[in-house]
Design a protein around this ligand. Structure first.
Ligand SMILES: [Zn+2]
Ligand SMILES: [Zn+2]
Length: 245
């Protein structure tokens, strides 16, 4: 549980091990995961040298997202995402666990709307595909935030896109391009919570346009509860979900 003690706004969620500030390297280096010992090339570690690999960063979170979205019954992806992001001790402020939330929320809402048959296996397939391409920190490192492939995976599974296909794949790619563009308007600094909400709103328009499925969208009423929690500082007035207390 988070302590109720007043903490510096820029220092509330940093290193998962010791809480100190995270350093971002422009050149990746060989780092050993503090949790599992795996060596890999990483671009983020704390000032005390702690590195946590993507698998360990989201430990336990994947199952929580999967289990929740499999039993959810609402056709409102934003509502599902808010509930999952509300598990603040399980879904980190920043990191691609938020991409799993976006993927799970959207595919679950499409399924719950009822026009398309989406099986449990397909829901899990969307999450597994997202996990392969959503890598923490890569929003800035390659320009591909994990939420873009998350939304793409939903369309790909519903449209049955694949390498040998034509329009199914083209439409999926165009969706991903749109999502990247929406996210690009919300940087400075990157905020996974904002990206999830903006991407899911855009996704509800794209789902209507491409799949003719009308999902619910309560975007206007959302107000962020993570303002104090952003390690790089909240974007405040630049963010649609910032509301003065
Ligand atoms: Zn540390
Ligand atoms: Zn690890």
């Amino acid at each position: 549980m988070h302590s109720e003690a007043k903490v510096e706004q820029t220092n509330t969620e940093n290193c998962q091990v010791c809480g100190s500030q995270l350093d971002y390297f422009s050149k990746g280096k060989e780092l050993a995961c503090y949790d599992c010992g795996k060596m890999e090339t990483g671009n983020i570690c704390c000032s005390n040298g702690h590195y946590v690999c993507d698998d360990c960063h989201g430990k336990g979170c994947f199952e929580i997202v999967r289990d929740y979205v499999l039993k959810s019954r609402t056709a409102n992806p934003l509502e599902i995402a808010e509930i999952l992001m509300g598990y603040k001790d399980k879904v980190p402020m920043l990191g691609c666990e938020n991409a799993w939330v976006a993927a799970g929320a959207l595919i679950s809402a499409i399924r719950n709307e009822g026009s398309y048959t989406v099986t449990d296996d397909q829901v899990v397939e969307v999450l597994n595909r997202t996990k392969r391409q959503a890598i923490g920190g890569y929003c800035g490192l390659t320009g591909v935030c994990g939420i873009a492939p998350a939304i793409g995976a939903c369309f790909s599974v519903v449209l049955n896109a694949a390498c040998p296909k034509d329009q199914e794949t083209a439409q999926t790619m165009r969706v991903v391009a749109k999502i990247v563009s929406v996210i690009a308007s919300e940087t400075g600094p990157c905020c996974c919570k904002n990206f999830v909400r903006q991407s899911l709103q855009e996704a509800t328009y794209l789902v209507k346009e491409i799949l003719n499925v009308a999902l619910e969208n309560n975007q206007q009423q959302l107000s962020c509860t993570d303002i104090e929690r952003h390690p790089h500082g909240c974007r405040k007035e630049k963010c649609a979900y910032f509301k003065e207390k």
